[in-house]
Design a protein around this ligand. Structure first.
Ligand code: GN1
Ligand code: MG
Length: 370
């Protein structure tokens, strides 16, 4: 189906004047649609949910329905009561003309339209400590918003997501393939990455062990709070919304904390090819944590705090492992534009992990003062 025919199934006022690819997510296909009428303009986001990644896209939409409903009710109640100059926002699902949350095309792919948060932008890398602090506030506030949601309303969007032991098992299975062994034997870098994984198998299980022991508990989490999923208000410079709600479900909030930090505290970004530029920036980390704790500190237990360092070290390892496994398996999960891209992404994350390990004392020190 033509994109313009598809989007015409949604209930959006005005005339479609532009429909073009948008953003640089690694998973879904995303387009920006601009509609005009005689007095204003409406911008919305059209997305195809990637069925290769999300096995039941319909469940993603049911989750989004529940999450946005819960959060909008709370946001509106808070806005009425509040005196804050900041407006917290969240995208809304735009219904189809028939009142549904999505349409399925002739291939059975699920397409949705959500509102665009206007006069706000997300950045691919942290712009400085103030930006990092606002990212922290936005994630902390998001955790506050979803903290009292009934977890029974939410389905598992992506079985195995952020279960590091599962990624290790998948990696081991991939290593058993001849094609993966060929890639390994033909590249020094790939061999180095494989050694890096072997040396850290134990660390990979730290949060899972703490959860099994009952020290950490699953709650509602975002799942993908990287820096370019955090919208900053153009006018005030303040965090205003978390976007990319596909993975909002139950998990350890440590996964969010570590994922946000691995993304915000690496100013070189995920695609850097010069590894010497990849370092964990502690000033950005301190600023992020300040913002986060202001919004979410009150519901962090002592046990939660005790595992913060582990989460900061784990998430770059986990993502590096995911990129590396995908490289060895022929790049089927993350979108790529060249065959070595996932290998380089893995190098970046593993370099970041090393940088975190070498700063352990100092990072633990600032975490202990939060
Ligand atoms: C993927 O969709 P996107 O690009 O926001 C991935 C995240 C990774 C991220 C790394 C569902 O997120 O887990 O951290 O790439 N999302 C999924 O850039 O796997
Ligand atoms: Mg995502």
């Amino acid at each position: 189906m033509e994109l313009s025919v598809l989007i015409n199934k949604f209930n959006i006022k005005g005339r479609l004047v532009s429909l073009a690819p948008f953003g640089n997510g690694n998973i879904n296909d995303t387009f920006l649609a601009i509609y005009r009428n005689t007095f204003t303009e409406t911008q919305v986001i059209l997305q195809r949910v990637n069925r290769n990644v999300f096995p039941v896209p319909e469940a993603i939409m049911e989750n989004m329905h529940e999450v946005t409903r819960h959060c909008h009710e709370k946001l509106e109640a808070d806005a009425k009561a509040g005196t804050d100059d900041r407006v917290w926002q969240m995208p809304r699902i735009v219904k189809t003309k028939e009142g549904a949350d999505y349409v399925a095309d002739e291939n059975g792919d699920v397409w949705r339209v959500i509102t665009r948060i206007m006069s706000a932008h997300a950045f691919d890398v942290a712009q400085g400590p103030e930006h990092a602090m606002e990212c922290g506030s936005a994630l902390g506030h998001f955790h506050y918003l979803i903290s009292d949601m009934d977890t029974a309303l939410v389905k598992d969007p992506l079985p195995g997501f952020h279960i590091t032991s599962g990624y290790l098992a998948k990696y081991d299975a991939t290593l058993g393939k001849e094609s993966a062994q060929e890639l390994l034997s033909s590249s020094m870098e790939a061999k180095r990455m494989a050694k890096f994984v072997e040396e850290r198998r134990d660390l990979a299980l730290c949060l899972e062990k703490a959860e099994k022991a009952g020290e950490l508990k699953k709650r509602m989490f975002h799942g993908d709070p990287k820096v370019n999923n955090i919208m900053i208000d153009d006018v005030t410079g303040k965090g205003t919304a978390m976007i990319d709600l596909d993975t909002v479900s139950t998990g350890l909030i440590h996964m969010d904390f570590g994922d946000a930090l691995r993304s915000i505290c690496n100013p070189a970004g995920e695609e850097e090819t010069n590894l010497s530029k990849v370092v964990f920036d502690e000033d950005l980390a301190t600023a992020f944590c300040k913002g986060y704790m202001r919004e979410a500190g009150s519901f962090m237990t002592d046990a939660d705090r005790a595992y913060l360092f582990d989460s900061i070290r784990l998430l770059p390892f986990e993502l590096g492992l995911r990129f590396f496994q995908d490289y060895l398996d022929g790049n089927t999960y993350f979108k790529t534009t060249n065959p070595g891209q996932n290998l380089n992404r893995a190098r970046v994350q593993f370099r970041l992990c090393e940088s975190i390990e070498s700063r352990e004392r100092s990072i633990r020190n600032f975490l202990s003062k939060l």
